[in-house]
Design a protein around this ligand. Structure first.
Ligand code: BGC
Length: 709
């Protein structure tokens, strides 16, 4: 007897032993009971904890049932699983991105997967890989950044963490699902070569670094073709050029046509939703008929199944031993650590950290801080252990309206501030009206005003303002008291019309269940802030590639075309190319200490290597994230982040760092040849703390090169 060792060999062998009915059973998943569909009778009654997806197993061949759940910020979700007693609610992915700490992304992934395993979930619908192209996108909080390298590195480590626990992870949503407006009818237009240098590059690098078991295709069309049935992007690029061996699952309700199986889709997810959404005939019924008529080739069916089985074996979900021990206290510490490292200090005119040596009178205003911190909404929302501190139903159009809630995680930032500042006299004002808040502000030494905005799936933001008149409240308190500090809990940049009136601004994103504590520790100086912006904060929408978002405000179901004419010049690259000064630049983030850079040396050849020294020149320990950029290519201005490294340094201590650039970041994709091309010549390389603060630079000579796919 030969022993089958590789996942490919095992998948091939098992697939041959399946009946056609078994094959067909594997290429779909059923949505669990949710507010929009009842429990499906095809899910056996004894199966527990059904969430986003259920696919029956094949016990005679040792294939487990496939049970999937969302994902990136903890095991969800209140929509599907009201019975769940709660999971650790980790910070939003954009905050993980702000930490610029891949190891931390990995730690979060490990913890999430362990909490998944004790519930029987062997697939996590994690790895939000879309680039934050549009600051109105309601789902940017589920994505890591606007930069392909940051997103790829952070997303890959989250996947590696999850898969290290024998739980399959997706990367999603393949691809260009960068706006939510009419997402099922949205046609995302992009130059194909620019696509390879941006969103596709993020997927490509993340796939290489983490081998995710599955890729989830998006809802939208790309250049006129639905993502879940795009033969070029699925077959030629993903499975062809990149050699991806796992399987492609659709997003839930992303398969208007059964023949997507011919076009590269391997598994239809949540099949009831396609019936509901498109009136579509279930994928498998039509496929079975086509199969009997000889129109759907056996080889394609087998390929779909083999790909699924390969991921089962490669990640080891068929080999689960006893459930892992889950230490929820430890997981809370990980959530806290991520929040501490990812919260960004945007502005500080000496107001922070708050004085702890004298009894300050502090007014804490708005943001439901007496209850908790907020989270994003949609399928990624996590219900924390012990429940929410409060839920306010916001609602809205479309099927996601019912899931659009203001969720509050305890403990409250107000209590956390009282703990962190025992000497202070803290006054709370809800920020109910500007005038009332201003009265509270006036009688205080310091004001901490919170600004919150619920963002989430199914909704793009119409503009950059804070909702519910909060900009007016912040303006009023800042006018009443110049010592105002603003803390923002949002998933995207906001416009900050009061920016010049306030002394300090903290971007806390959606900081997760330990967020209140992390915010208080940073304000009180117990933690030195170290987050850096993974997305550019524009001064106004007029600065962005699309001042107007097409389709915004049209009824749910309106065919919408969004042109991503910025191509690969996403985020900071756009600002650099157009010479626009944003409100806060990509990579920006302040600290309570200072860092200097010296001894920059760059070498060229096949790629760029930069070596330099970073020194903590201040009085306290802190973490810095030095960043290396390409700022000019031989023939034109070209801004690309080539690498970064997060370093913790004690005061006075220096560290030498070497960063070698991934060559594709220096290259252009040649769409005709299907290859990456580096033009020979001199490349300007800069080192600094953000795209706008680059104190050192040097030139590297690169050889002309054509490589890869
Ligand atoms: C979302 C996916 C999610 C899926 C399952 C969809 O609405 O777009 O990100 O994984 O639901 O819950």
């Amino acid at each position: 007897m030969t022993t089958l060792t590789t996942p490919d060999e095992r998948a091939r062998d098992t697939e041959q032993k399946l009946t056609d009915d078994e094959r067909f059973s594997l290429i779909i998943s059923l949505l669990g009971p949710a507010s929009i569909v009842p429990r499906d009778p095809r899910i056996p009654a004894d199966v527990k904890n059904v969430s986003a997806g259920y696919t029956s197993g094949i016990p005679r061949l040792g294939i487990p049932a496939l049970q999937s759940s969302d994902a990136s910020m903890g095991v969800t979700n209140p929509g599907y699983r009201p019975d769940d007693k709660g999971a650790t609610a980790f910070p939003a992915s954009i905050l993980v991105g702000s930490s610029f700490n891949p190891q931390l992304a990995r730690k979060g992934g490990v913890a999430i997967a362990r909490e998944a395993r004790i519930r029987g979930f062997n697939i996590m619908l994690a790895g939000g890989m879309n680039l934050a192209r549009d600051v109105r996108n309601g789902r940017n909080y589920e994505y890591y950044s606007e930069d392909p390298w940051v997103s790829a590195v952070m997303g890959a480590e989250a996947v590696n963490g999850i898969q290290s626990q024998s739980v399959i992870s997706t990367l999603k949503h393949y691809t260009l699902n960068c706006n939510e407006t009419n997402r099922h009818w949205l046609d995302a237009i992009i130059d194909p070569a620019a696509h390879r240098e941006s969103d596709l590059l993020a997927f490509q690098i993340a796939i290489e670094r983490s081998q995710p078991g599955s890729i989830m295709s998006g809802y939208n069309k790309i250049n006129g073709v639905y993502a879940s049935g795009d033969p070029h992007l699925l077959n030629d690029v993903l499975k062809g050029a990149w050699g991806y061996k796992g399987y492609v699952m659709s997003d839930w309700g992303a398969v208007p046509d059964w023949d997507y199986a011919f076009r590269g889709l391997d598994q239809e997810s949540g099949i009831q939703l396609d019936v509901k959404q498109w009136g579509a005939e279930a994928f498998t019924d039509r496929l079975k008929a086509a199969y009997s008529d000889g129109k759907f080739p056996k080889e394609r069916l087998s390929d779909m199944v083999r790909r699924i089985l390969r991921s089962v074996y490669a990640v080891g979900i068929d080999k689960w031993g006893p459930a892992p021990a889950v230490d929820m206290t430890r997981h809370n510490e990980i959530a806290l650590e991520i929040a501490r490292q990812g919260i960004v200090l945007l502005k500080n005119d000496g107001a922070l950290p708050l004085a702890t040596d004298r009894p300050l009178k502090i007014a804490v205003i708005g943001g439901y801080v007496q209850q908790g911190v907020i989270s994003g909404t949609g399928s990624g929302a996590v219900s924390p252990v012990g429940g929410f501190a409060g839920v306010i139903k916001i609602g809205g159009a479309g099927i996601m309206g019912g899931l659009r809630n203001l969720f509050l995680f305890p403990p409250s930032p107000l209590d956390a501030l009282k703990n962190a500042l025992p000497q202070a006299e803290i006054d709370f004002d809800p920020g109910y009206t500007p005038a009332e808040a201003a009265l509270t502000a006036k009688r205080s030494d310091v004001v901490i005003a919170f600004g919150i905005r619920v963002e989430g799936e199914g909704f793009d933001l119409p503009d950059l303002s804070l909702p519910w008149g909060q900009d007016a409240v912040i303006d009023a308190v800042a006018s009443a008291n110049p010592n105002t500090i603003v803390v923002l809990e949002t998933g995207n940049p906001v416009s900050m019309p009061w920016c010049d009136k306030v002394k300090a601004i903290v971007q806390a994103w959606y900081p997760g269940q330990a967020g209140g504590q992390a915010i208080a520790e940073i304000l009180a100086g117990r933690v030195n802030p170290s987050g850096r912006l993974p997305i550019t904060f524009p001064a106004s929408l007029a600065q962005t590639p699309r001042p107007e978002l097409s389709g915004l405000g049209t009824p749910w179901g309106t065919p919408t075309t969004v042109r991503y004419d910025e191509g690969a010049e996403v985020g900071y690259r756009w600002y650099a190319q157009k010479n626009i000064k944003p409100l806060y630049a990509f990579g920006h983030g302040l600290s309570y200490t200072t860092f200097s850079y010296s001894d920059l040396k760059v070498s060229g050849g096949e790629t760029v290597t930069a070596t330099f020294t970073v020194t903590n020149t201040g009085k306290i320990a802190g973490a810095d994230v030095p960043q290396v950029y390409l700022t000019d290519a031989p023939d034109r201005k070209r801004m690309r982040l080539l690498g970064f490294e997060r370093v913790e340094l004690a005061p006075g201590v220096s560290r030498s760092i070497t960063i070698t650039a991934e060559p594709r970041l220096l290259a252009q994709f040649d769409g005709v040849a299907g290859r990456w091309r580096i033009a020979g010549g001199s490349y300007r390389i800069a080192l600094g703390r953000s795209t706008e603060n680059l104190p050192l630079n040097a030139a590297a000579q690169l050889e002309p090169r054509v490589f890869g796919e």
